[in-house]
Design a protein around this ligand. Structure first.
Ligand code: CO8
Length: 258
């Protein structure tokens, strides 16, 4: 079990990078890596100064799914007791924007991690897939549910039923990936986007993320209520006053998240 399986970096003010670091196994996610991802996101929740997070892997793999070597030794009860959903939830509950910067393989549990993120950008050589059916199981951490919400029934069926991989361009056509770049430009673009996000009012970002994530599972009327109430809360924030003052005074704004 290595502390280095997941590395948390702070490349500049307000930005954190969570890096999956198991290069010998194409960044396959063993229990240790999943536990560390949860720990890192729990740590980040306590960091008010962090306003945007990038989750990434290396040039060959974002993550090639669950660690099949480790999982082949687990019984159903071992797996149940591991409560992987609690580990993924620690990431899914993170309130500020998360960008997945994907190069190489994002398969199975790796693609499920990318789908928990809010914005997915990918290198041309990235490959996405839910190959669980090929190892005799099915997606178990959002691969059927987040995917159908992102790309609709027919492409979710195609990916999960066949276990096929799709290119970054095809994933973009489906609506899963937002931007496709040259492989070596992915991190640069992710940092640029993180800087843009970090310069915006943090409370606004949190409320937008919450409404977009939770609204679609409510009735439209309730979701519109959630949206309206969230917007009204933001009207009383200091950052809203600063944004308006900066606009009227024709100057840049500085936000405090208050
Ligand atoms: N788990 C463990 N080790 C892996 C994994 C993985 N998911 N993926 C790659 N590796 C390891 C290989 O074992 C190999 O190690 P070694 O050198 O020690 O033999 C090394 O990475 C390189 O792999 P390859 O030689 O296969 O490299 P290729 O470039 O030929 O292929 C692929 C790369 C396409 C990524 C290929 O390795 C592959 O298909 N990997 C498995 C993908 C996969 O099916 N992932 C699991 C999805 S299922 C899931 O996430 C949740 C359900 C799990 C249930 C498990 C029940 C047993």
């Amino acid at each position: 079990m290595s502390e280095q399986d997941i590395i948390l970096e702070f490349p500049e003010a307000h930005i954190a990078v969570v890096r999956i670091n198991r290069p010998k196994a194409y960044n396959a996610l063993n229990l240790n890596a999943r536990t560390l991802i949860a720990e890192k996101f729990n740590d980040l929740k306590a960091r008010e100064d962090i306003r945007a997070v990038i989750i990434t892997g290396n040039e060959k793999a974002f993550a090639a799914g669950a660690d099949l070597k480790e999982m082949s030794a687990l019984s159903a009860i071992d797996y149940y007791k591991a409560h992987i959903e609690r580990l993924y939830n620690a990431f899914a509950d993170y309130p500020r924007p998360v960008i997945a910067a994907v190069n190489g393989f994002a398969l199975g549990g790796g693609m499920e991690l990318a789908m928990i993120s809010d914005i997915v950008i990918a290198g041309k050589g990235a490959r996405f897939g839910q190959p669980e059916v090929k190892v005799g199981v099915m997606p178990g951490a959002g691969g059927t549910q987040r995917l159908v919400r992102a790309v609709g029934k027919y492409n979710a069926m195609r990916l999960c039923l066949t276990g096929m991989m799709v290119s970054a361009d095809e994933a973009k056509d489906m609506g899963l990936v937002c931007e496709v770049l040259e492989d070596d430009k992915v991190m640069t673009r992710a940092m640029e986007m993180a800087r843009e996000l970090a310069a915006l009012p943090p409370l606004g970002l949190e409320h937008i993320k919450y409404a977009i994530l939770h609204g679609p599972d409510m009735s439209l009327e309730s979701a519109l209520g959630l949206e309206r109430k969230s917007m009204q809360v933001l009207l009383s924030s200091d950052d809203r006053a600063e944004a308006t003052a900066a606009f009227l005074e024709k100057r840049g704004a500085t936000y405090k998240g208050e």
